[in-house]
Design a protein around this ligand. Sequence first.
Ligand code: EPU
Length: 351
Amino acid sequence: MIIRICQKIFCMPFSLLPNYDITPFTTFGVPTYAEYAFPIASETDLHTLVSHAHDMPPEWFILGGGSNILFSRPIRGLTLLVDIRGIEHLHEDTREVVLRVGAGESWDPFVSYCVTNGYGGVENLSLIYGSVGATPIQNIGAYGTEVSEVIEYVETVDLQTGEDVTFSREDCRFGYRTSIFKSPAYRRYFITHVVYRLSKNPQVNTSYRSLQTALATKDISSPTIADVRRTVIELRQSKLPDPAQVGNAGSFFQNVHVSQAFFAELQKTFPDIPSFSITRDIIKVPAAWLIEYCGWKGYREGDAGVWPYQPLVMVNYGKAGGQDILDLSERVRTSVWNTFGLWLEREVTVY
Ligand code: EPU
């Protein structure tokens, strides 16, 4: 690719990369270009950028691991590529360790680092693609664990003022696949580091049914964090496509939360509908089941498809465009709506 230096267009002490191919930075692998791109390797880069904001394209977009986003059109304005690295030990005693991790580090190698060193708390979140900086945004979760349980605080730079702003765990307002960073007013905060508190005497969490079953099948009665990591990886590999082989962004839709009363009504028409209790009155209905019931599991149209082993996942078999995948996903959620009266919220961000 030819990178033209565009200092002539904007008067700055650094250069933006025009018409930049960001396809390799996304796990869906749909062809996507950024009007201008700029890699961010430190807080200082951000401070410099903000101080030259008047010379910049007005629209800014932050691209992290690209593992939870579908691009249906080119990105306008300036795309900031998150490239802040490093794992720093802020505190360590006999019981725990506090690690400050650069937002641009890849998540799963970080989990591997923790498990290798005996730091517990993130092993259930093994093999989730994406970057460390993205983990608080949607409060990634899997196999009975959410990342919010181990996040101590999140460091950011305010892209409007250039100020460094720290969000405590409470400030982050974590919920199921959500946090304050998802609301439009907080998109101006560029996450630079995430600080995790991990245990050196870990209590493994095997409460998730399929994880429990898989460990029992392997005759592991007192699993270590390494056992949990290995088993979670096996489970994920059996159900979820590897983005290096088949483009995807993990669960495309969120599970659905309904009231007990609404669920009782659904059960009258659909007696086999599965459910998991969240609180006394809130029931989780697996979106995978709803999609499968509507006949979409394994459906393929051109190179856009619904993954045959886990229908929550939309896939790009090769040459699908972002709009092809978006169109198919809309048909999936419309049919779920028409059948059950339940509206599937996307887990993936669509641009
Ligand atoms: N199910 C089906 N058909 C299928 C697969 C699942 O009907 O082909 C139903 C079954 O009733 C099953 C239930 O869905 O019991 C739950 O399935 P699973 O354990 O696979 O979990 P999920 O709720 O579908 C969530 C996360 C996944 C995470 C798994 C395991 C969301 C949106 N997704 O899926 O996250 O790996 O739990 O914890 O919450 C991701 O975020 O990329 C991701 C894959």
